[in-house]
Unconditional design. Structure first.
Length: 81
């Protein structure tokens, strides 16, 4: 899976970061993952959320480099499986 977009809701919810993977067809929903800042902790959030349409209110768009290291690691582990 390829990363399509990454969003940061700037801490409005515990699942602060939302990652959308490339949709298979234009206008279709994307596979979605949500992560807290401590995504690899037992108290963190590291979830597959199903399909979300890109126009949902998910926060501001950020780049992969803007993610905390722990979230990057958790995302890479999810995408490799």
């Amino acid at each position: 899976m390829m990363i399509h977009k990454i969003y940061d809701n700037e801490g409005m919810t515990l699942d602060r970061y939302t990652i959308l993977t490339e949709p298979f067809h234009f206008g279709k929903s994307c596979n979605t993952f949500s992560f807290s800042e401590n995504a690899k902790s037992a108290q963190g959030i590291n979830n597959y959320c199903g399909d979300v349409y890109e126009n949902a209110e998910l926060g501001k768009e950020i780049s992969f480099d803007d993610l905390p290291e722990e979230v990057k690691e958790a995302l890479i582990e999810r995408l490799e499986t």
